[in-house]
Structures are given as structure tokens and as C-alpha cells.
Write a protein that binds this ligand. Structure first.
Ligand SMILES: *Cc1c(COP(=O)(O)O)cnc(C)c1O
Length: 386
């Protein structure tokens, strides 16, 4: 299956034959969803979070797969991301998790995307746009229980808010949510504090008989670690892709993405041979140098220069010299069999060896999220079921 199946034009390069490509195993996506379900508090549903083009995996393919496998909702960051899903015949409820401008609010209402509101101004803009468009607008109120980001302070959700939420005929108050700041951390104390703030608010609303249909707090870390944060939905992102939010859960998940390229050429060089811009690497002895047509413009970041490894024929070899915009070089001992056209694995498995997004993230001093989101749009995505 290729990009075509999931919507024309989503990955226009997928038909052409670039050897640098991403393969996403949809069977693994299903298995990861199943792993989440085994941890779910009974009665809780899954929102598959596919923002940033499905964490680089392809939002349309992942959303369709997750919905077929039983996810109830889809989460995106921007109205525009929701529109792409609607254009590809995804009819499920979709929540925009992030900030929406006035124009994005209008787009969201037209496309039946649920809008996150986090201040009175946004709520008023939603009311106004809904009235102008003559449409109903579904909203989820986001409260800040200790993340210090998007969300009103829990204490601020007062009578005037409730009145505006419940008195407007065109506003459908469909959800209340908050976000955990460190659900993957070893120490549960802070998550407990956030949960208890959220619970206090839910209790307050219950007393006023003003509970919206959906309450949600957990991300992937919360899904696996804290059933008390599940309410009736979890927002499941990282884990869906098989990337572990914390190391102990890795065995329950299967990474869905592999990123490969090809050996474009091999050349045999003597000792003392410089490689790449700035000559940051010089061969210590006779060597084979393999050129690989992938670079930082594809998201294989320059910070990996002289630090990362790749897999060829089931063995690990170092990336040497600076990574360029469109190419990089791998050093191979002179007696190892490699050939032009061999598969080069940047992320994924080859034989018994494996390179994870976490491995690259560690080198770069970042997290796996940023590694997979950073894979460029000029890298075609393919979908497999193996
Ligand atoms: C991205 C996001 C999630 C998903 O988080 P993961 O750690 O990837 O599971 C959940 N909720 C919100 C508000 C988000 O922005």
C-alpha cells in the first residue's frame, strides 16, 4: 500500500522511487492501540492523536487505521490538520487540541471539528462565528492543572463561564480536559497533584449538574501508568506509534516506523582521507566509504554527524564526517561485504540489530517525538502490514 490509498497528493513523492523512504507498519499501530486498551480503565475510550502529520508517520493512514481498530476520537493540533482528515473521508469526531485563531475557528466549525477553548475571548469568538455561520460549534474546555501552558486556571471556571457554555444555543459543550506535565516521570507526586485538581473541578461541576459528556486528562504516559487519569477518554499519541513514553513500557509496544535509504556508491580510500564539509573526519586506515542519499533536509539532523550509526546487512556502521543537506557518509572496514544498492537502515531493524528513535534522540539531546516529527515531507511514506 502506498500514499495513494490514503488520499491523493498526501505524499506526492511516493510514486516516484526515491530510495530514501519511511515505511509504517499499520499492523503495529493496531497492536499498540490494543496494548493501550489492555491498560484502559473500563469504559474509557481512545483518542488517537495524529497531530504533526501523525508524528511524521502520516496522519491520514494512522487515523484510518486507529479508527478501524476501535479508536473513538482523533486529536490534531490545528484546524488545518483536521481539514486534511475530513477531505480524506474521516468522519469521526476530531478535537483540535491547540490554539485556534478566528479564521481557524470558522474553518473548524465548517468542518465539524471540536474546538478547544481556554479563555473567554476564544469562547466568545466561537459563539460569534457559530452565529455568523448558522452552525453549531462543539467545544472542549481546557483547564490548566499544572502544566502552565494552554488552559484556564481551574479556579477560573466560574459561574460566568458556565453560563456562557450552557446558555448559548449554538455551543455544544462537549468536553473538559487538562494535560499532564510529567506522566512519564518515575515520581508520581506531581501527576497526583494534577489529578486531584482536575477531580476537584469535576466534583464542583457535578454539584452544579454541569458535567460535559467527555472528560479526559491522560496522554500516553498516563494511559499506561495512571488508570485514575483515564476518566472516559485517553489521548494516546506517542504510544500509538510504538514509541515508549518511558523505558519500562517499551516491551509492550512495537515501533511502527522504519526509515531506510540505500548505498548510492562505495569507494575505497586510503588512510588519511578527509570526509565532508570542514573535514571533521579523516580515515584512520584504509576503508570503504558508502555514500547515502539522505541529509538534514530530510530530517536526519546535522547533530548526528560523527555520532550516529546506521545498519547495513545487519551490522552497525558509523556515520562519519558532517551530514550534508542531502547526503552523508558511512565508514565500513575494508573487508566487509557491502554493495551499491544495499539497504541502509537509519531507524528500524535489520537482522538482530535495531536503531530506535530514542537512540537518535539521545545523541541529539532531545526526545523521540522530535526525531519522528522531524522527518521531512520530501521523504515518501509507504504503508505495510507485515
Ligand atoms: C500531543 C498531545 C497528546 C498526546 O501525547 P502523547 O504523549 O504523545 O501521548 C495528548 N494531549 C495533548 C493536549 C497533546 O497536545
Amino acid at each position: 500500500m502506498n500514499g495513494e490509498f490514503f488520499g491523493k497528493g498526501v505524499y506526492p513523492l511516493a510514486e516516484i522511487g526515491r530510495p530514501t523512504k519511511v515505511e509504517v507498519n499499520l499492523q503495529h499501530i493496531r497492536q499498540n492501540l490494543h496494548a493501550a486498551r489492555q491498560h484502559l480503565y473500563p469504559g474509557s475510550e481512545i483518542m488517537a492523536v495524529v497531530k504533526a502529520d501523525g508524528y511524521g508517520h502520516g496522519a491520514v493512514a494512522v487515523a484510518k487505521t486507529a479508527l478501524h481498530a476501535g479508536a473513538a476520537w482523533i486529536g490534531v493540533a490545528l484546524a488545518e490538520e483536521g481539514v486534511v482528515l475530513r477531505k480524506n473521508e474521516i468522519d469521526a469526531p476530531i478535537l483540535i487540541l491547540g490554539y485556534s485563531s478566528r479564521d481557524q475557528i470558522r474553518l473548524a466549525i465548517s468542518e465539524r471539528l471540536d474546538i478547544t477553548v481556554y479563555d473567554m475571548e476564544t469562547l466568545d469568538e466561537v459563539r460569534k462565528a457559530a452565529a455568523e455561520l448558522g452552525r453549531e460549534a462543539a467545544v472542549h474546555v481546557k483547564v490548566d492543572t499544572g502544566m502552565g501552558r494552554l488552559g484556564i486556571q481551574a479556579e477560573a471556571l466560574d459561574e460566568s463561564w458556565l453560563k456562557r457554555l450552557t446558555d448559548s444555543p449554538r455551543i455544544w459543550w462537549r468536553g473538559l480536559f487538562s494535560h499532564l506535565a510529567e506522566s512519564e516521570a518515575e515520581d508520581p507526586a506531581y501527576t497526583r497533584r494534577q489529578l486531584s485538581r482536575f477531580l476537584d473541578l469535576v466534583e464542583l461541576l457535578r454539584r452544579r449538574d454541569a458535567i460535559p459528556p467527555w472528560l479526559h486528562l491522560a496522554n500516553s504516559g498516563g494511559t499506561f501508568k495512571y488508570p485514575g487519569t483515564h476518566f472516559n477518554m485517553v489521548r494516546f499519541g506517542l504510544g500509538l506509534y510504538g514509541l515508549p513514553p518511558y523505558p519500562a513500557i517499551a516491551d509492550a509496544l512495537r515501533p511502527a516506523l522504519s526509515w531506510t535509504s540505500q548505498v548510492a556508491f562505495i569507494k575505497r580510500v586510503p588512510a588519511g582521507f578527509p570526509v565532508g564539509y570542514g573535514r571533521t573526519f579523516t580515515t584512520p586506515g584504509p576503508m570503504q566509504l558508502a555514500g547515502v542519499p539522505v541529509g538534514y533536509a530530510d530530517g536526519y539532523r546535522r547533530g548526528l554527524s560523527n555520532r550516529a550509526s546506521v545498519l547495513i546487512r545487519g551490522r552497525r556502521y558509523p556515520v562519519v564526517g558532517r551530514i550534508s543537506m542531502d547526503q552523508m557518509t558511512v565508514a565500513i572496514p575494508p573487508d566487509h561485504p557491502v554493495a551499491r544498492g544495499d539497504t541502509v537502515t537509519l531507524i528500524g531493524e535489520d537482522g538482530t540489530e535495531r536503531i530506535t528513535a530514542d537512540e537518535l534522540a539521545e545523541i541529539l539531546g532531545t526526545i523521540s517525538y522530535e526525531v519522528v516529527c522531524g522527518i521531512g515531507t520530501r521523504v515518501p511514506r509507504f504503508y505495510t502490514e507485515r
